[in-house]
Design a protein around this ligand. Structure first.
Ligand code: NCD
Length: 418
């Protein structure tokens, strides 16, 4: 694994750089249980910093989904767009992305633009003063002097969380301090991706159909299909399967912890028998601590309730194999694996439940082919809509952080009569 993806150096590991010493400075705070850390990342009952998915309750997820829906509808009209763009016209954001990104970067930028926030970016540390020896922590503190929000993606696990503590320390000493949003931290967490995944599931499992009326509903039509008699609305009581790079997929880790908030869910992790691709021990322990029922499988054909899991799941979250993190030993292990078993085919999709959405954080890998393009036209292929949902829910999150979500909901109720 890339050294930068590792958690901070432990006491026995003497830190060599100032960045490592800075991370070590926060080690005590990083290692506390989520429950203890969460209040420090809030102000007056709302999120101040967004660092890990453990900060989101089901109530907050519902609330953000409602605000995202409102922004989506308000944006359909010019007057609504003008209303939204004036809400945070006085704010500036820094998008500090020192790891490749297309969707997360652009959807944060689009979300900022919807609300009138001006965006600036550093996407390559080699163009910043980090090449002159500046630490990441100095960079962040500098950004906080010029901007009102820092959205950051880094290969370094827990850098975003440490930066949130830096901001809290600055606040306490009376210095300028701004919210930090984690847009992906090493192999660790990607909370806003999990947010858009949940928003997509909320929309999908509302089972609203375009032709629903007092007499006909898509939900009732689905419940008449064989095997769907017990279908319910919402995220509770469903079986969610994840397939691919479970070990290194930060989106999987963050989403699994959000799904743990729902009642009576089952999580199935389907990965090749490979030391870097199977679930990591810390996620296993976190799920156990939350009493979540989960299964670790190595194939779509493995049985769940006496049937192959591909036929039993309510939602399928595909991921790509993150080969860029392979070590020599990883490549050696991979040689013996038939990876085609972790790719979807029209035949496999044909065996899935008729409503089960196929999600993917993207990018998909054209060479690996975990989702071949033939599947894109299937109504269950949700990944492009999922990516667009990222823009709406990130706008809702920014509205929450800057406390303008109430104004949005009042405008929505006033103009849309709901
Ligand atoms: C993912 C990421 O960067 O963690 N992509 C994303 O943010 N949508 C997944 C990946 O790179 O495979």
């Amino acid at each position: 694994m890339n050294a930068l993806m590792q958690p901070p150096a432990s006491e026995s590991n003497v830190p060599r750089t100032q960045d490592e010493r800075d991370l070590l400075h926060y080690a005590g705070r990083l290692e506390r249980p989520t429950k203890v850390k969460t209040p420090e990342l809030e102000r007056s009952g709302r999120l101040r910093h967004v660092i890990f998915s453990g900060q989101f309750s089901v109530e907050l997820l519902e609330e953000l989904g409602g605000v995202a829906d409102a922004i989506r509808l308000i944006s359909k009209h010019r007057a609504g767009q003008d209303f939204l763009i004036n809400l945070l016209h006085h704010k500036r954001a820094m998008l500090y992305f020192t790891q490749p990104s297309t969707r997360t970067f652009l959807s944060f930028m689009a979300a900022c633009q919807i609300l009138g926030i001006t965006c600036n970016e550093v996407r390559d540390a080699s163009t910043s003063s980090e090449t002159k020896g500046e630490t990441r922590f100095d960079s962040i503190r500098m950004f906080s002097s010029y901007f009102d929000l820092i959205v950051m993606r880094s290969p370094l696990a827990r850098l975003a969380e440490s930066c949130a503590y830096l901001m809290n320390d600055l606040e306490r000493s009376g210095s300028r301090s701004v919210p930090i949003i984690n847009a992906g931290s090493g192999a660790d967490e990607h909370p806003t991706q999990a947010l858009l995944d949940i928003y997509t599931l909320q929309r999908t499992f509302s089972f609203a159909g375009p032709n629903d009326s007092a007499h006909t509903s898509r939900f009732e039509d689905l419940r008449r299909l064989p095997g769907c008699e017990n279908l319910t609305k919402g995220l509770d009581g469903k079986t969610y399967a994840f397939c691919g790079d479970i070990g290194r997929g930060r989106t999987v880790r963050s989403l699994a912890m959000l799904l743990a908030n729902y009642e009576n869910v089952r999580l199935v992790f389907i990965a090749p028998d490979h030391p870097s691709l199977v679930m990591r021990e810390d996620l296993r322990q976190r799920l156990e601590a939350r009493n979540v029922r989960f299964y670790e499988f190595d194939s779509f054909e493995q049985q769940l309730d006496g049937r192959p899991v591909i036929e039993q799941l309510d939602a399928l979250y595909m991921t790509r194999i993150q080969k860029e993190h392979d070590t020599a030993a990883d490549s050696e292990h991979s040689a013996a694996i038939d990876f085609s078993r972790y790719c979807l085919s029209p035949e496999l999709v044909g065996r899935m439940k008729p409503y089960a959405p196929i999600l993917h954080p993207f990018p998909r890998d054209q060479h690996f082919g975990e989702i071949p393009p033939e599947i894109d036209d299937d109504p269950r292929a949700m990944y492009f809509r999922q990516a667009r949902n990222g823009m709406w829910v990130r706008a809702a999150l920014l509205a929450h952080v800057f406390d303008v979500d109430g104004q949005i909901m009042r405008y929505f109720h006033g103009n849309f009569g709901v």
